[in-house]
Design a protein around this ligand. Structure first.
Ligand SMILES: Nc1ncnc2c1ncn2[C@@H]1O[C@H](COP(=O)(O)OP(=O)(O)OP(=O)(O)O)[C@@H](O)[C@H]1O
Length: 233
């Protein structure tokens, strides 16, 4: 069986500018990947390349063996790429529940299961999108992606700017998605140790290229290498 998603020698960017070079990796169903690196090295660009929002200069992107690069963004969402962008994009005039129901597609994830995963969203289900805290917005952004019943979840810095207690809650949710639900995920995170503790594999980017690839546990255990690869100093 082909891998769920395969990148082969992908170079991509914005217009003529190339910000990702020679990126190759593949994920099978149920894999979990931490995508790490310092600011501006191309992590978000890699996720948006999967969603079709950059210019693909060369290389190939395959989805269950088929050419993904041919599909516009909305079709990539429809075939099962669930993207949780950094900006969250809530609709101020929709309630929490409306955010979830407008995107719902058939599959194991439905309102009941979402509310079981995020009791806080159930409590807030009649609140408008603009009346939510940052943490609640992030929960809703993840919940909304799950309601599309994706085959892969692309999470762009889900913990960014959130209070420690909310980070803890999201860690519990992501751990359950990865370990119990077998969800395929790519997590971009500045909190490298946290992302490594949630995932099985890790890739580190520097200036648009892969500079390290290993299992997450061994990178987590190697403080010196981790500091060298991702620390700001
Ligand atoms: N829309 C855009 N148009 C042009 N260049 C862009 C655009 N978005 C990002 N870039 C450039 O692409 C490079 C990679 O940026 P990207 O946001 O992917 O990095 P990142 O690793 O996600 O960083 P951060 O952790 O700060 O979000 C940077 O040099 C950035 O300036």
């Amino acid at each position: 069986m082909p891998e769920l998603i395969t990148l082969e020698r992908v170079s991509a960017g914005y217009g003529a500018a190339v910000v990702l070079e020679d990126i190759s990796f593949a994920l099978n169903e149920g894999d979990s990947l931490a995508l790490l690196g310092r600011n501006g090295v191309g992590k978000t660009s890699l996720l948006v390349t999967l969603m079709g929002l950059t210019r693909l200069h060369s290389g190939s992107l395959r989805w269950s063996g088929a050419d993904l690069a041919r599909l516009p963004t909305w079709k990539r969402a429809r075939v099962g790429l669930g993207w949780v962008p950094q900006e969250r994009h809530m609709f101020p005039s929709l309630t929490v529940e409306e955010h979830l129901t407008v995107v719902a597609r058939p599959g194991p994830w439905n309102l009941r299961k979402i509310y079981e995963l995020f009791p806080r969203l159930q409590e807030r289900r009649q609140n408008m999108g603009n009346a939510l805290s940052g943490g609640e917005q992030q929960m809703l952004a993840i919940a909304r992606a799950l309601m599309t019943n994706p085959r892969i979840l692309l999470l762009d810095e889900p913990m960014e700017g959130l209070a420690p207690i909310i980070v803890q809650e999201l860690v519990r949710v992501l751990r359950r998605l990865v370990s119990e639900e077998g969800m395929t995920v790519i997590v971009v995170e500045q909190h490298a140790r946290l992302a490594l503790s949630l995932t099985a594999r890790a890739i580190v980017l520097d200036r648009g290229r892969i500079v390290h690839e290993s299992d997450s546990a061994s990178l987590l255990a190697d403080n010196a290498q981790l500091d060298r690869l991702v620390s700001v100093a």
